[in-house]
Design a protein around this ligand. Sequence first.
Ligand code: AMP
Ligand code: GLY
Length: 419
Amino acid sequence: MNVLLIGGGGREHALAWKISQSPRLEKFFAIPGSPGIADFAECVENISINDNAALVKFSQEKNIDLVVVGPEAPLVNGLADELDAAGVKVFGPKKIAAQMEGSKIFAKRLMKKYKIPTADFEVFDDAEAAKNFIRAKGAPIVVKADGLAAGKGVIVAQTLDEALVAVDEMKTFGAAGNKIVVEEFMDGEEASVLALTDGEKIIPLVAAQDHKRVFDGDKGLNTGGMGAYAPAPVVDEKISALVEEKILKPTIAALNAEGIVYRGCLYAGLMIVGGQPKVVEFNCRFGDPETQAVLPLMESDLLKLMDECAAGKLSDEKISWSKNSAVCVILASGGYPKAYKKNLPIDGIAKAKTLGAMIFHAGTKFSNGSLVTSGGRVLGVTITAPTLREAVDKVYRCIEVVHFDDMHYRKDIAAKALK
Ligand code: AMP
Ligand code: GLY
C-alpha cells in the first residue's frame, strides 16, 4: 500500500514508526513530516495540511491507497470528506463525525440524549446568563469554549471568581468561544482510551494516562500533554469493561442513530469517579503523547487495522499487546505553554537511543545541518520495560544524556501509578 500521513508532531512520528513495520507498506509519504518521520517516509513540506484540494491532488498523483490524518484540524475542516469524494481511502472521521471534538456542545448533547455518562452541563451564548448560572451552582465548576481553541478553551475554576473571569476569557477564543459550556466539576482520576472503529465495531487500545499540567504534582497551566504511560492501572478489567459497554459501544450506536458514520480513532478522555468512568471529552484522533506510549506496546499490524477501519470492514481479530509497560516523557521548551525560545541546538539523541530509548520528534527541525528546537513540545522519550517501575527509572536515565538550553520536563510521570 502507498500511504500518506498528515501531520508532523510526536504522535505522527509514533504512527510513522508503527506503520513502517507493516509488511503491507510500499511507498510512504508524510505532509509535512519531521526530521524524525524522515527516517521512514518522504516528507513533503510545501503543502499545507489545511489545503484540502492540494492534499487530494497529491494523493491522486502519488496513487495513495490510504491517507492517515494525525491532527484534528484537517478532520474538522472536512479533509476526510474531500478525500472520500475523490475516491481516496482515509483513516479519520468526516466533518460531521469530527464534531465529536470540533464542538463540545455537539458531543455533550449526543451524550445527554443517549445517556452516556458525563458531567451535567448547560450551554450559553450569553455571558450574563452563564454567570448567573455559575453563581447559583458555585465552585468548583468548569467553563469550556464550544469550538477548537488549541487545547486552551477549558478552565477548571476552583473559585467563583475564577469561573466568572473564565466566562469573559472565552471571548478571546474568537468564534470558538461564541458559545460556552458550563459543566459540573468531576473529582476523580483521568485516563485516555483510544479506540479504533470502522463505524460499527469499536476496539479499544490499552488505556493510557496523560499529564496535562506543565509542572510536577499537576501544578501550573494546562498543556497539550507532558507525558503518558500505558497500560494505566486505573483502568482495570472492571473499568475497562464499563468503558466498552457504557461509553464506547453506546457512542458509536448513538452516532449511527443520528445517521453519522465515524471511522478512525475515537479518543475518550475519561474521569473515573467512584469506580465509574465518565466522559470528560471526546477527540476525533489519536492522543498526543498517549500514542507515543500506547503504540510501542502494540504487536499487531496497525496499518492493516487502519485500512480495515477506513474501508468499514474491521475484522474480529484481537489486537495483540506486549506484556510490557511503556512510559513517555515530553522534553519541552522552557516557558511552554507560554512563550519560549526556538532554534536551540539539541544534543544527545543518538546516545539516548543506544541506552534503549525511543525518541519521537514533536517540535524539531534541521538548521544548517544540525537539529534544533522548533516547538513547545520538542521530544518524546519512550521506554518499554517489563514493569512500569523499570520503565520509569530507565526513561529518566536516558533523559539525562539529552540536552537543549532551557529544557523542561516533569519528573513525576507515572508516579501516581507507582504509589
Ligand atoms: P479537555 O480539553 O476537555 O480535555 O479539558 C482539559 C482538562 O480539563 C481535562 O483533561 C481535565 O483535566 C479537565 N476537565 C475538563 N472537564 C472537566 C470536568 N468536568 N471536571 C473536572 N475536570 C475537567
Ligand atoms: N493528550 C491530550 C490530547 O491528545 O488531546
